[in-house]
Design a binder for this molecule. Structure first.
Ligand code: NAI
Ligand code: MG
Length: 352
């Protein structure tokens, strides 16, 4: 199996966690006799410092020639005063758009070994296994016009979706549900927003092609509560861009830490793989970052870009075993027993 992987580590803890994901990919390659080729390029704050732009064309060119792109995280406090289109985060939006993936898959799974880490009761999260399908190229993050008119003291962004954009991401959600528990929960705000009315009508239409899958609709405000009260009742959760961003971070409460969440963006020219968390400047450079989200992201890469399902499962099993053996990163250590088993970012990667 030949695979060309571009690693764009980015800022803060990005380089620390992608190094561990790459370590796992290298050992999978060695173990399975695969020919994985790794390249590295700059994005975000690191690219601004070196090239004055958050997504240099050199990075984009090599990304478009790769089979998969593994991204760490971007952003740093020193850039916070810049306007959105010049910040490190602009590089992230640009690479997402250029690679073309519109369906961002974000699994949130309650690891039994981490049950005590969640502030939710074990009986509430026990068995929770959700996959968010977040639309990634539309909505407020990309809609035009967008502006902050400082003189007028007003600012606006545009939430816009076309029917076709909703159809294609809804089909991804229903296809996934067919191989899971056959339930899609579509999240919107159709009681207030026209965009959400289009969303709801279109998702209902797509559902007719999947008679074996149950569709339910939820308003995003109610959903943010249901997710914490009854996480086990959800299977595939389909959302537009902003709602998915918010709800998937909320789901970190189910898994025990934001550092546990992986993601894969599919449907475009090149798939993009990134842990859900950001650059975490508060813990960067200290070996404190949890690499498991990035490592589980590497498993998704093998699953969706290399068709190596067994290898993906082997990584997921290794993560589960390491947690069952009691190993923790600092964010996962709550009890006194946990605190005796804290590993650095690198040591956790090696343990997996
Ligand atoms: P964040 O996700 O970086 O951090 C939120 C909290 O979770 C922090 O307390 C952090 O220490 C902790 N955390 C996150 N990942 C962790 C890990 N792997 N292990 C242990 N603890 C972890 O979000 P925040 O603080 O809102 O944003 C920081 C910067 O990251 C900002 O510049 C933001 O724009 C950027 N960001 C970038 C994203 C990306 O590149 N995909 C996504 C979200 C934020
Ligand atoms: Mg986010």
């Amino acid at each position: 199996m030949k695979l060309k992987v571009l690693i764009v580590a980015g800022d803060g803890i990005g380089p620390e966690v992608t190094a561990e994901a790459a370590r796992i990919l290298r050992s999978v390659a060695e173990w399975g006799g695969h020919d994985f080729e790794f390249h590295e390029a700059l994005i975000g704050g690191a690219a601004i410092k070196a090239h004055g732009t958050p997504l240099p064309t050199s990075t984009l060119d090599i990304a478009l020639e790769s089979d998969a792109v593994l991204l760490g995280a971007v952003g740093g406090n020193e850039f916070n005063s810049l306007p959105p289109d010049r910040r490190p985060e602009a590089g992230l939006l640009q690479i997402r758009q250029a690679l073309g993936g519109f369906a961002n898959l974000r699994p949130a799974f309650a690891h039994p070994a981490l049950a005590a880490n969640s502030p939710l009761k074990p009986e509430v999260i026990d068995g929770a296994d959700i996959i968010f399908v977040r639309e990634l190229l539309g909505g407020l993050y990309f809609g035009e016009p967008r502006q902050w008119d400082r003189e007028a003291g007003s600012a606006w962004n545009t939430m816009r979706y076309t029917r076709d954009e909703v159809v294609r991401v809804a089909r991804v959600a229903f296809n996934l549900a067919q191989n899971r528990r056959k339930k899609v929960t579509s999240v919107d705000k159709a009681n207030v927003l026209e965009v959400s009315q289009l969303w709801r009508a279109t998702v209902s239409e797509v559902a007719k092609d999947f008679p074996d899958v149950t569709l339910e609709h939820q308003y995003v405000d109610a959903m943010s509560m249901h997710l914490m009260n009854t996480p086990r009742t959800y299977d595939v959760v389909l959302t537009e861009n902003l709602f998915g961003d918010i709800l998937s971070d909320e789901s970190a409460v189910i898994t025990g830490s934001l550092g546990m969440l992986p993601s894969a963006t599919i449907g475009g020219q090149v798939n993009l793989y990134e842990p859900v968390h950001g650059s975490a400047p508060d813990i960067a450079g200290k070996g404190l970052a949890n690499p498991l989200g990035a490592i589980l992201t590497a498993a998704m890469l093998l699953r969706h870009s290399a068709n190596l399902e067994q290898d993906a499962l082997a990584i997921e099993t290794a993560v589960r075993k390491v947690l069952e053996q009691g190993y923790r990163t600092a964010d996962l250590a709550r009890s006194e027993k946990d605190k005796k088993m804290i590993l650095s970012t690198q040591a956790m990667g090696k343990q997996v």
